[in-house]
Unconditional design. Structure first.
Length: 381
């Protein structure tokens, strides 16, 4: 944060973008921050110090670092100093300053160092704790972002399951249509996070997955006894998706051997598998279905993105500044040559390359791009 602010010659405390004019993701993290403040004071009054520290740590790591900052890096990177860029500086500064004050009683020396760097003032221990702004708390927005983050987490788990890197683009991800109205405006975020071309909302997900219902013998066996085979036969004849959806809502009464029997959710074991070309990930009744088919076009873009990643690693290892322009020389395979030519502008923009030069005799660093061996050499311009 300090590096970007110094590069832009901006002092966030010297300007202010109205909260209502800030992007949704800024308003989301400010809502989470003020809910944290509310909990902080409630728990400090009860001397629940361990709970306070855990909540602050979770917020700083999961919400701020792993989501908000990572999602907004490009806003820091862009050269234009507009209200959008000022907004991300204002929001980050306000949260970092507030967290520093909140943690001062527990980590006094670290808090002091961060506080002085942020404000230039004498001491955090001479300042007031931040006040909770209840007007900035938006529970609906927090719920919406929680759904999106859950879907993204499942999507990443699905990619890991089928061993497809996030840098490899995929054609689409399918989501239950019941979330469409609530998260429609965050579809671009899902696309970027999961590197998919399209987000498709479907009411009936059974086209992409197979359901199998069996009695949970360990639980149901103790209750139903000899009726277990009857339950097994009954489950084979129902619409598995509809049955389990209804059972998730309430216990059901079914007829087994001429007798009405109450069936609870934990009596039934649900097994879900994906149909060919798809992968299903599920948690807490939240589904994502990933289209895992890789076309030549998708593979080509995947090579280009992997190429960018390797160049960024070499830049970092070579000690280049984040704003240094470079010249890229590379010795490609045929597949990589075609991919880089097709996506040359994208690569240049991502790595700040002035030129990308093909050199069949290059002796540089050898890297693996999704199974293709390529030699890369960088020169600072």
């Amino acid at each position: 944060f300090q590096m970007y602010a110094n590069t832009d010659e901006l002092v966030p405390r010297e300007f202010f973008v109205d909260y209502n004019d800030r992007p949704e993701i800024d308003r989301w993290v400010l809502s989470k921050y003020n809910n944290l403040l509310k909990s902080y004071y409630e728990n400090m009054d009860k001397f629940e110090v361990t709970k306070v520290i855990r909540e602050v740590s979770d917020f700083l790591i999961e919400d701020v670092s792993n989501w908000y900052i990572r999602r907004n890096r490009r806003r820091f990177w862009k050269t234009e100093i507009d209200d959008d860029k000022k907004s991300v500086y204002n929001t980050t500064y306000e949260i970092l300053l507030g967290i520093t004050k909140m943690m001062a009683p527990f980590t006094p020396f670290i808090a002091e160092e961060v506080y002085r760097n942020l404000t230039g003032k004498e001491s955090v221990h001479l300042d007031y704790l931040p006040e909770t702004n209840l007007e900035l708390i938006d529970e609906d927005l927090e719920e919406k972002m929680a759904i999106v983050r859950g879907l993204v987490t499942l999507g990443r788990a699905s990619r890991e399951e089928v061993q497809i890197k996030v840098r490899q683009p995929l054609s689409e991800i399918v989501i239950d249509s019941k979330y469409e109205e609530k998260i429609q405006d965050l579809v671009p975020l899902i696309k970027e996070e999961l590197n998919v071309k399209d987000v498709v909302f479907k009411e009936d997900l059974s086209d992409f997955m197979n359901y199998e219902l069996k009695p949970n013998f360990k639980v149901a066996g103790r209750v139903l006894g000899k009726k277990i085979p009857m339950l097994q036969k009954y489950l084979q004849g129902v619409n598995a998706k509809d049955f389990i959806a209804e059972l998730n809502e309430k216990d059901m009464v079914v007829e087994l051997g001429g007798e009405e029997v109450e069936i609870k959710r934990d009596y039934v074991d649900v097994r879900i598998s994906s149909k060919e070309g798809f992968d299903v990930a599920m948690e807490n009744n939240l589904f994502v279905i990933l289209d895992t088919t890789l076309t030549d076009e998708l593979k080509s873009e995947g090579y280009a993105r992997e190429f960018v990643s390797k160049i960024q690693q070499i830049r970092k290892n070579s000690g280049f500044d984040v704003l240094d322009n470079i010249e890229v020389s590379y010795r490609p395979t045929e597949a990589i040559k075609s991919a880089i030519k097709e996506h040359e502008d994208f690569v240049k923009d991502e790595v700040l390359a002035v030129n990308i030069i093909e050199n069949d005799n290059l002796q540089g660093e050898t890297v693996d791009l999704n199974g293709e061996e390529v030699v890369i050499e960088l020169k600072k311009m």
